[in-house]
Design a protein around this ligand. Structure first.
Ligand code: CDP
Ligand code: CDP
Length: 226
């Protein structure tokens, strides 16, 4: 059976990783969270006191600290140079700086090369901002998820409350808007819907409804799910 590539892009907190994980699990495909890779580099920059503007040093960090994913009982974990950074990369200081780090062309070149390699044989669900446009431009299925800013902020707020992370809805709304703006207007591979991507507005939709909508797109394109 053909093992296709599925690209899922969209703005912050539109539900990409949640639905990508479910679909990858159901299809027995690899799931790759490319945002986690940009976050890992940002985490390393903070740890090693590298300026977010220093492109050369940031690329050096990527070359010296291999990023890897490992499936564990409680989900996928992210490692840099063998250190489990799964929760560190979600901290607010990383979130605030990640878009600046991700805007450097050489940082993107280095991470996109790794992502292309992961996706080269298909059987992958990859989520991010530029998967359909730059990382896997030949992906058989491309999805662009959107949702209103207020719903996205509320989703993150709820998630933080559940995880006992201090949270402020107004702050989250501003942070999401600022990141969307930065990601959509950068020069290299900005957040943008690929011409051949299917747009799904997830406002008011449950996770299962979004998963179902994506499965329908996969089937409409003539690929079987089992
Ligand atoms: O999950 P959340 O929406 O908070 O963001 P993420 O997917 O973890 O991505 C964090 C940041 O990494 C984004 O705001 C982008 O600046 C950057 N990113 C990117 O530039 N390209 C990607 N393919 C994935 C993430
Ligand atoms: O990966 P991305 O930043 O696009 O979003 P996410 O981390 O998958 O989703 C952000 C939050 O929204 C999570 O807590 C999801 O459970 C929730 N969510 C939701 O409530 N309804 C959806 N249709 C999709 C996600």
């Amino acid at each position: 059976m053909t093992r296709i590539s599925i690209a899922i892009d969209g703005p912050a907190s539109s539900g990409k990783s949640t639905v990508a994980k479910i679909i990858a699990n159901e299809l027995n495909y690899i799931y790759t969270d490319t945002g986690a890779m940009y976050r890992a580099v940002t985490y390393l920059a903070i740890k090693h006191h590298i300026a977010f503007s220093d492109e050369t040093e940031l690329v050096d960090l990527i070359n010296k600290n291999p990023i890897s994913f490992e499936q564990m009982a409680d989900g996928q974990h992210v490692f840099v140079a063998g250190q489990d950074v799964t929760s560190d990369i979600r901290q607010p200081d990383v979130t605030r700086a990640v878009s600046e780090v991700a805007a450097h062309s050489k940082v993107r070149e280095a991470l996109v090369a790794i992502q292309k390699k992961i996706g080269e044989d298909g059987g992958v669900v990859m989520d991010g901002r530029d998967i359909g446009t730059a990382v896997l431009p030949k992906a058989e299925v491309k999805i662009f998820l959107v949702a209103s800013v207020s719903e996205r902020a509320q989703r993150r707020h709820k998630e933080n409350l559940e995880k006992n992370i201090p949270t402020d809805l107004e702050e989250l709304t501003k942070e999401i808007q600022a990141r969307d703006e930065y990601d959509s207007t950068r020069k290299v591979s900005p957040l943008k819907q690929a011409e051949d991507a299917i747009r799904i507005d997830t406002t008011g939709k449950t996770i299962q409804e979004v998963v179902q909508a994506i499965k329908e797109v996969i089937q409409q394109k003539g690929y079987f799910l089992d």
